[in-house]
Structures are given as structure tokens and as C-alpha cells.
Design a protein around this ligand. Structure first.
Ligand code: ZN
Length: 369
């Protein structure tokens, strides 16, 4: 059970939650607001303090600063976080928690968005990584005719999951004559993915992971798009290539990213082999991966079998203890306070469309994040 510090009688709103108000900035001084009574709700605590900003007149409450704002089940996100990274599929989580599947989909999207902001906020104060292993994690959305890669960047020596992007790719590999025909029909109807997508999206991955450093070392497999993706990115990139046929043990230079691949498959129901819980949308896969990233970096020890193994965030000196689910959900993060890298901005706004599928409603709600 999470108790939110915002419900403590001493809690003072730190800024105006209206993104268009001068006092939304945490640095603006002289903000004035007044208390304007309470409202009652079904969940505990029942009585919620209301306020009004004396500058923009926006009304808000202590709940506005909680990750559980507008939720009838304020404990759901915390339970969902551990179930999601514990390998449970969305409908299993819905049955287990006694809510509808649509509720789980919605909450998982929201949790994913919170995790995008949570990690990006840490990265603003973090030193950039100078030794990075990258890899493309292969999955598919909607049907096996729509494969995609999640490109992962992991720091060598700490297991810290720095960033990810994605690329649509064309279905390849062994296909029957009927499957080839079906692929042709679908491509005629919905078009083909950009053949340069991997190069472009790995470039974007690296640009964010390198973060303006002059000298970096990148470890990768022998994918032929990688050298082209690196061209001109930093003055000096040392690119070390390990064949994908090399033995994948902890002596392999790609160990950290291979381990991340394994963990993603192990922990995420949507990426298991031969699953019936595959991702229906790449957008939702990115949201789930953001939840995984936060859990992996800040909550989970680096080594499963070592007691009190430090988390990747501890290994790189970002925090001095393993965080808990309550720490992650401690406060709502407002998007105006944390700039997101371009691709994560698209994930945040729900802009990633699945080929041939009408996109679900994009995030245009006025007050929500
Ligand atoms: Zn205001």
C-alpha cells in the first residue's frame, strides 16, 4: 500500500500545475495560491484539499501532484508495475487485479509515460556513458507480417539501460509460397517500412546515448547498418564489432546487451517466443519497455543470484540504494519540467502508428499527461 506524501496535512503545492501559468516553472518566485476547501472521494484518504492559483485562477488539489491523480484505484499502478515486469500478460493482470482489460491497457500506457519521464529526469543530471553496447531486439506487432526492432543502448560495466528506439522492418526469413503472397498483398495495401529505418533509428539511439561526447566506444554485432548509422556522430567513435555467432557468455563484449535481451524476453509476456500475448501495437510495446527500463535500472539488482547486488543506477553512482515501487510512483512528473528526446516524445504522445491499423486516440487531453 503506497501512502502519498501529498496527502500529508503539511504538504505545500510546489508550483502551479497549469503548464500555461508563469508559476508552472519551478524557478518562478513569489507564487501565491489559496486553499479552497475539500472534495470527497471513495478511495482513502476520503478528504482531499483543494487550492486555487491566484495568478491563473486554475483550481487543483493535492491529488494533482500524485501519480494516482484521476484514478479510482490509486494502488493499481504499483501492483501493475510488478506484474508487468514479472511476465504477466495484460489480460492475466486484469483478472488477477479484478479490473477490466481496457483499464489495464490504459494504466500501463500511463505508467509507461511516467517511466519515460522518470528516467529522463535522472539522465539530465547523469554523466554520459562512454562505453556502450547496442543491439536490435526483434519482435513483432499485430501479426508476424509486421516485425520490428527495439534498438537498445546499455552501458558496459554497469548494465545501465540508457535509451531505446524502434524500427519497423520487412518480414524476412523462411516463408512458404502462401506467406510470400500474403506479404505482397499486405505491402501493396499498407506500404513497406523504410529500408533505411534501422540506420536512422540506431543513429537517433546513439545520438542520445553519446550525449555530445567527443570520444566513445561502441560495441555491437556485425549488422551492416551500424557503421553507416555512426558516420559523423561524434569526433571519435571506436566501433568494436563482435560476430553474432560468438558464444554469448559473460566474456563476450556484448554481454551487457545480450543480458538485457534475455531479461526482456524473460520478464515481458509480449516478447516471449511463441506467445499469444504478442504486442498488438508497437506504441504499447514501447510503453511496456519504458516500465521495464525503470525497473531494470533502479529497482532490480544487477545479478540475480547475488544477494544485495547493486542496481545498475547504483553501479553508476546515480543513487545510493535500490529504489522501490513507491519511490518510482512518489510524485507526478510534469512533461514541461523534463524535456524528452525526440523519439520518446513521440512515445509519450502516442504517435507511433501500426501499419494498417487505425491509430488509437492520441494524447490531446488538456489536463492529463
Ligand atoms: Zn497558475
Amino acid at each position: 500500500m503506497i501512502t502519498f506524501k501529498q496527502h500529508h496535512p503539511d504538504f505545500l503545492p510546489p508550483f502551479c500545475p497549469n503548464p500555461n501559468c508563469t508559476f508552472h516553472s519551478k524557478l518562478a518566485r513569489g507564487w501565491r495560491y489559496k486553499k479552497t476547501g475539500f472534495f470527497r472521494r471513495q478511495a482513502l484518504p476520503n478528504r482531499i484539499q483543494r487550492f486555487t492559483c491566484l495568478h491563473c485562477r486554475r483550481s487543483f488539489s493535492t491529488q494533482t501532484f500524485c501519480t494516482s491523480y484521476w484514478q479510482r484505484l490509486p494502488q493499481l499502478d504499483a501492483q501493475l508495475l510488478s506484474k508487468t515486469v514479472g511476465g504477466m500478460a495484460n489480460r492475466q493482470a486484469a483478472r488477477d487485479l479484478g479490473v477490466g482489460p481496457a483499464t489495464i491497457d490504459r494504466h500501463l500506457g500511463r505508467l509507461g509515460r511516467h517511466c519515460l519521464l522518470f528516467h529522463s529526469r535522472f539522465m539530465r543530471q547523469a554523466k554520459p556513458a562512454h562505453h556502450i553496447a547496442i543491439d536490435g531486439f526483434v519482435s513483432f506487432e499485430h501479426s508476424q507480417y509486421l516485425p520490428f526492432h527495439h534498438h537498445l543502448a546499455i552501458e558496459k560495466g554497469t548494465d545501465f539501460f540508457l535509451y531505446f528506439t524502434d524500427s519497423e522492418v520487412r518480414r524476412s526469413g523462411t516463408m512458404t509460397a502462401a506467406q510470400k503472397l500474403r506479404r505482397q498483398q499486405l505491402e501493396r495495401l499498407h506500404g513497406r517500412p523504410d529500408p533505411q529505418a534501422v540506420r536512422k533509428d540506431v543513429r537517433e539511439l546513439l545520438a542520445v546515448a553519446i550525449g555530445g561526447q567527443a570520444v566513445v566506444t561502441i560495441e555491437s554485432d556485425d549488422h551492416r547498418a551500424y557503421p553507416r548509422a555512426m558516420r559523423g556522430l561524434a569526433p571519435r567513435i571506436r566501433h568494436r564489432v563482435t560476430s553474432s555467432r560468438e558464444r554469448r557468455d559473460n566474456r563476450n563484449p556484448l554481454w551487457e546487451v545480450n543480458l538485457a535481451d534475455l531479461l526482456i524476453r524473460h520478464c515481458s509476456a509480449n516478447h516471449k517466443r511463441e506467445t499469444i500475448a504478442w504486442s498488438k501495437r508497437r506504441q504499447a510495446s514501447a510503453e511496456r519497455l519504458a516500465v521495464f527500463l525503470v525497473w531494470r535500472n533502479y529497482l532490480k539488482g544487477r545479478r540475480e543470484k547475488e544477494r544485495r547486488s547493486p542496481t545498475p543506477a547504483m553501479a553508476r553512482g546515480l543513487v545510493d540504494r535500490a529504489l522501490t515501487v513507491a519511490d518510482v510512483l512518489e510524485e507526478r512528473i510534469f512533461p514541461a519540467h523534463v524535456p524528452l528526446p525526440p523519439r520518446w516524445g513521440r512515445y509519450y504522445r502516442g504517435e507511433v502508428a501500426t501499419r494498417g491499423v487505425v491509430n488509437r486516440a492520441r494524447r490531446t487531453a488538456k489536463y492529463a499527461v
